[in-house]
Every structure is written in C-alpha cells, then in structure tokens.
Ligand binder design. Structure first.
Ligand SMILES: C[S@@+](CC[C@H](N)C(=O)[O-])C[C@H]1O[C@@H](n2cnc3c(N)ncnc32)[C@H](O)[C@@H]1O
Length: 425
C-alpha cells in the first residue's frame, strides 16, 4: 500500500500496530535478525558497538558531541539508549510501540538519568525546540514511510540545540536489479522456479507466536543463470486455508537471499524463518521468489509452494507484554527517501548535512546513508536563531532572527515528492 492511501495518522497507526506486534513477539530478531533471538547480553553489547561507532563518525566529521541531553528516536527496547545513557547526562528514548517501551523500561540500568517516552504522534511536538545536544536514530526512519520520514527528519533537527549534532540512518534508493534476460525464444522464461519443501514435510503445527522455519529447495527452471545482481529472494505470504484470502498484512517482508549464482536447471537450499499469524487457525503459507523491486515470479506463471499450517495457542503463553494482539502478521516495511529530499528536510529545520556516509544496515539491496547533521549556532547569513511561536502554541518554528517579529519567515515542510519501496504485495 502506498503512502497515498494513508493520511499521516492512519499511516502511523499502521506502523504502531506492526511494531507493537514485533515488540510482543521477539523484539531482538525484529531489530537485528543477525542476533541470537533470546540473548539480551549480546543484544545490548551490540548497542554499545553501534553507539560507539556513531560517536566515532561524528568525531570523524569534525564535531565533538556535547555530553548533555541525548535523544534516541525509535529506541525499541533501548539497545542504543542504554549505551547513550552511559555517556550522556540525560537520555530520552522515544518509541511509537508500547510493547517496546514497556520492555525498554524493564531493562533501564540508569533510571535517574534515562527515561523512555511513548510517542504515537507524527511529530515530536512534546519536545520544545533545541531540547537536545545529541540526537540519533538508527533502523527507524526506513520503516515509517517516506512522508513521515521526512517530517521526523525535520523534527529531529528542530529539537536539536543550535551547536548540537544529529546522526541518523535512512536508505535513499533500492539498488536497481539487473534485468533477467529472456530465454532463447525471446520470452521471459527466466522467472520460472520450482520450490520444494525439504523439511519438515508434514503439516506444520506452530505455537503462536513462534516463527515458522522451513527448509526449501529452489530450482532454477528458467533458461538463464540467476546472478547475485539479479537480487532474487525467497518471500512468502499467509492465506486463510478455508477461503484462500490473504491474511492482512499479507507479507511480513521476510526475504531470504539465494546463496549465490544459480545456473539454469541447478538447485539451492534455503532456510525460511517467518512470523506466523497471531490468531490460532488453519492457514496456508505461500512461498514464492521475488526479484526485489521488480516482480514476483508467481506473476509470471511460476508455481508457488503452498504449505499447510495450523497455528495453535499454548496455554498461558499470552504474548509477554500484555495479551491481546491485533491478530496480524507484523510486517517489515522498508522505504527510502532520496538523499536530496533528506537534505531539504534538514535545511528546512535549520540544519546542515555535514556528511552522508555509506551505510549497510538496511541490507544489500538498498543504497543507504548515515547522515551526520549539525545545527549551526548562527544561520548561514550570520544571524542568531531565535524561536518563533505560532498557533497552536505547540507548533513552534525555528527561524532566523529578523528586525521585527512580524516579518520573520515561517518554515514549511517540503512536500513529499519521491520515494522508493520494496516489492511488497
Ligand atoms: C528496527 S527497530 C530499531 C530499534 C533501535 N533503534 C535499535 O537500533 O535497537 C525500529 C523501532 O522503531 C520504532 N518506530 C517505528 N516507527 C516509529 C515512529 N513513528 N516513532 C517512534 N518510533 C518508531 C519501532 O517501534 C521500533 O522499536
């Protein structure tokens, strides 16, 4: 579904319910699928490494963060917030998902100087202009949709104190997959695969909210080799067994890369691990190949694999953070915002992008950046910043000081123009 279908509030509600569900199930693998699912020590140790890397990048960009107030936007369960709290006088972690905030609070080692705040608003209006010396956001803006991402970028800079530093990560574009060539007859026969279940082969019985894990054998039934640059991945969606309707959201964004080039006629083995529907019932898991950003193989007539699954609830296994689930398969949505639009949003709030560093955290199919942003103490033409107030009072804007309050410009957010999204269906 594109941003056009959502207003900001509806879009945010969609994001919130997704991440609430991830937080209830297994936040570690939703945040970093490379980490062991229950190892909280390894999880927080990874936060130390990330924060120390962020501060190194800031220093390499020629700035020294002031160790006053820090903001971690999209803090999840506090992986980075805790590492920041060890370094800053005051740290605030903000997240849209209650389940994440609840867990973050239970892990807080610095209750006297670190707080977690639930913010289900499409802005950061609860914080005044210039509230923080250091702002960071990692693996967050890519999940909110491009319009909200730009808005939050402006907000991250607005809440930054003049003289402060922000560092945030955001993908800009899907790397263009090389087209699959047509077969010898000129027809697009390369989008043809056989997907077989190697194990376990019997009907799957899964205890919600455990993920499902399948071993699959994928055979290239087309006439040309699949190369890594073609970005072919294994994906899936859930269907209700009785009527074949798609469970919404239908695709949790799980993708498994093929282990390398696959010659025509050759087979490879992949393991697919994916979130299951929250509600008990009979389902079909439909597995297909996708060329990232281009097409699903099923749309070209390639047969998909249907696996019968029964989801059962274990007695007393209510999801840890409080029972009722939305009954959805949480969905890992990813969007990018072109770099020039990010720079515009930063500038609109009075910031300057000092560096846009290559970032690999969004996965190999994304061009992604780590933006290092400063908010100069003076405007580009040498004037001091001052805070303007307009109605409603919460909507304060930052503008260069003018001779009289009446003629000061009010800065507007740039319109959303362009975005890129993965090939979800
Ligand atoms: C992949 S996790 C990253 C968590 C944390 N930054 C880390 O690296 O450990 C994404 C987090 O962003 C949060 N999030 C998504 N949309 C948000 C929004 N609009 N406002 C605040 N947090 C949001 C999610 O709830 C989730 O906790």
């Amino acid at each position: 579904m594109s941003d056009d279908h959502y207003g900001d509030a509806a879009r945010l509600e969609h994001v919130r319910s997704n991440w609430n569900e991830f937080g209830r199930r297994n936040p570690i693998s939703a945040i970093d699928s490379g980490l062991p699912t229950q190892d909280w020590d390894a999880f927080f140790a990874s936060g130390e490494r990330v924060v120390s890397g962020l501060l190194d990048r800031v220093r390499e960009a020629g700035m020294v963060p002031i160790r006053g107030a820090a903001l971690d936007f999209g803090c999840g369960v506090g992986r980075l917030t805790q590492a920041l709290a060890a370094r800053f006088e005051r740290t605030t972690g903000v997240d849209v998902a209650e389940s994440m905030i609840d867990r973050a609070r239970s892990f807080n080692r610095f209750p006297d100087r670190c707080e977690y705040v639930l913010n289900d608003s499409p802005d950061l209006s609860r914080f005044g202009n210039g509230s923080f010396d250091f702002v960071c956001s990692v693996l967050v803006l890519q999940h909110v949709g491009p319009t909200l991402a730009q808005r939050y970028v402006e907000e991250l800079v607005r809440v930054l104190r003049p003289g402060g530093v922000a560092i945030f990560q955001l993908p800009s574009a899907l790397l263009v997959a090389t087209s699959l060539p047509n077969g010898p007859d000129g027809m697009p026969s390369s989008y043809l695969a056989e997907i077989r279940l190697t194990g376990p082969e019997e009907r799957q019985v899964i205890q919600a909210p455990d993920p499902i894990a399948l071993t699959l054998t994928v055979t290239n039934q087309g006439s040309t080799v699949w190369l890594p640059g073609h970005q072919i991945r294994v994906g899936k969606r859930w269907l209700y067994a009785d009527n074949g309707r798609v469970v919404e959201p239908e695709d949790d964004g799980t993708r498994v890369a093929l282990p390398g080039a696959v010659e025509a006629g050759a087979s490879v083995e992949v393991v697919l691990v994916a979130a299951t529907p929250s509600r008990p019932g009979e389902y079909l898991l439909e597995v297909d190949l996708v060329q990232e950003g281009v097409t699903w193989f099923g749309d070209h007539g390639s047969p998909t694999l249907l696996v019968e699954c029964k989801v059962v609830e274990i007695e007393g296994s209510a999801l840890e953070s409080g029972g009722q689930t939305a009954g959805i398969v949480p969905r890992m949505e990813m969007d990018g915002v072109p770099r020039e639009l990010v720079s515009e949003s930063v500038a609109a709030a009075g910031g300057v992008v000092v560096a846009a560093l290559d970032d690999h955290s969004a996965g190999p199919e994304w061009q992604s950046y780590l933006y290092v942003v400063k908010k100069p103490r003076r405007t580009s033409d040498g004037r001091r910043w001052r805070w303007l107030r307009r109605q409603p009072a919460s909507e304060k804007v930052l503008a260069p000081a003018m001779s009289s309050a009446g003629d000061a410009p009010v800065l507007q957010p740039p319109p959303a123009r362009n975005s890129v999204r993965r090939c979800l269906r």
